[in-house]
Design a protein around this ligand. Structure first.
Ligand code: PLP
Length: 418
């Protein structure tokens, strides 16, 4: 039995079967230690947007590490890649003039955003605004703040009291948000967190007009709108760098991670709109006592810059939009399978093949069995919170790859049904 404690894993089961050790990757595919090749249907955890095996990203890391791997950016310290990445990200941010705070990943970015939202209201003299709302099905990472915002109850339960002044609203109703805000008292609410497309909670694209309505509701009540774009950001939304831009939103804070480096190095971003940043940058406010050892890590930033180069040079935002269409078209027929209730897709290079809730009620292990059968057919996927199967391939996945993927899904569902 090994020593590695896998995240989000039943260690008794993993110990019994042993780990699946992924040894290498190229493009949309990975290969395990036994030499079996798989289509990576999830881009690992939604992150490997430029595909595996990019030597340019490895070279960028090696070059930076050979001169200066990292240096603190607390206080007035900086490294050149840190400053360059901040300018580069500010230039593509949904809100012009945004300031860029850097972290080690998505959970860091979310907890930074929660603290920043509450702190903002303190700094501008409204300390009673502390309530933070999020949506059912929402996933905002696993730090204390993000766990408190989780719209997936199983991720939130079992720890005793979490962050005070947090609550969830229905995922699909702007009216319900308005009602909760008005019942709570907008003068008590600091921020509303929203994923433009719910990701880990099951891939739920926003109902038409929903995001535009919640922006207006928040704006009218002086509540900060935080778009959690850890999945949707840096291209996965399709055709745009960010979901907020696709939907014409001007959020106060945008959290990101994953696609900013395509996972070649751990890095998170927090984009802060000018109106929220201004009081912190004003003379006399003093320091915001927040940051991480690896905030602005030079090697991670150098990798991010090389990754953004690849996305631009290979026009991968357009490729993500192409994939959105191909996934939507080619996965749709799976909804006719007896074990599938629906396929959620059509907004971004992401989809979920939902195992029928009635079948799921009879056999909760069904989605895991489908995922295991898919492995046998050479496709790696994973089970989401609703019992749906995740599809979020890298942007270099071809239409023929998606065809293979759809066929493998059909075959795996048949295997399990038989
Ligand atoms: N926010 C969203 C929307 C996410 O999907 C995730 C991770 O999947 C996170 C936050 C947390 O990011 P990380 O796992 O990098 O801490």
């Amino acid at each position: 039995m090994g020593s590695y404690w896998h995240p989000f894993a039943d260690m008794a089961a993993v110990s019994a079967s042993g780990p699946l050790v992924i040894a290498s990757g190229d493009g949309a595919y990975v290969t395990d230690e036994a030499g079996r090749r798989y289509l990576d249907a999830t881009a690992a955890l939604w992150y490997c947007n430029v595909g595996h095996g990019r030597t340019a990203l490895g070279a960028a890391a090696a070059a930076q590490m050979s001169s200066l791997a990292a240096y603190t950016t607390f206080g007035d310290y900086a490294t050149r890649p840190t400053l360059e990445l901040a300018e580069r990200v500010a230039a593509i941010a949904p809100v012009p003039g945004s300031k860029v705070f850097l972290t080690s990943g998505g959970s860091d970015s979310v907890d930074s955003a929660i603290k920043l939202a509450r702190r903002y209201w303190q700094v501008v003299g409204r300390p009673e605004k502390t309530v933070v709302l999020s949506r059912r099905h929402g996933y905002h990472g696993m730090h204390a703040g993000g766990t408190s915002l989780s719209g997936i109850p199983a991720n939130r339960l079992g720890y005793g009291p979490l962050l005070a002044d947090t609550a969830q609203v229905p995922w699909d109703s702007a009216e319900a948000l308005a009602a909760v805000l008005d019942a709570t008292g907008p003068d008590r609410v600091a921020a509303f967190f929203v994923e433009p497309v719910v990701g880990a909670g099951g891939v739920f694209p926003p109902p038409a007009g929903y995001l535009e309505s919640v922006e207006k509701i928040c704006r009218d009540r002086d509540v900060l709108l935080v778009c959690d774009e850890v999945i949707t950001g840096y291209g996965r939304i399709g055709g745009f760098w960010f979901g907020a831009t696709r939907f014409g939103l001007q959020p106060d804070i945008v959290t990101g991670a994953k696609g900013v480096t395509s996972g070649y190095a751990p890095l998170g971003t927090v984009l802060v709109a000018p109106r929220v940043a201004e009081p912190f940058w004003r003379a006399g406010t003093g320091m915001w006592r927040h940051g991480y050892t690896y905030s602005g890590h030079a090697t991670a930033c150098a990798v991010a810059l090389a990754n953004l180069d690849v996305i631009e040079q290979e026009n991968l935002l357009a490729e993500a939009a192409r994939l959105e269409g191909t996934l939507h078209t080619l996965l749709a027929p799976l909804a006719d399978h007896d074990l599938v209730s629906e396929v959620r897709s059509g907004t971004g290079a992401m989809a979920a093949v939902q195992v029928d809730p009635a079948a799921l009620a009879l056999d909760p292990a069904l989605p895991a069995r489908v995922a295991a059968a898919l492995r046998g057919h050479g496709v790696l996927t994973r089970v989401l919170a609703t019992g749906g199967l995740q599809v979020s391939p890298s942007f270099v996945t071809t239409d023929d790859d998606v065809k293979l993927l759809a066929e493998a899904f059909g075959a795996a569902l048949d295997d399990v049904a038989a």
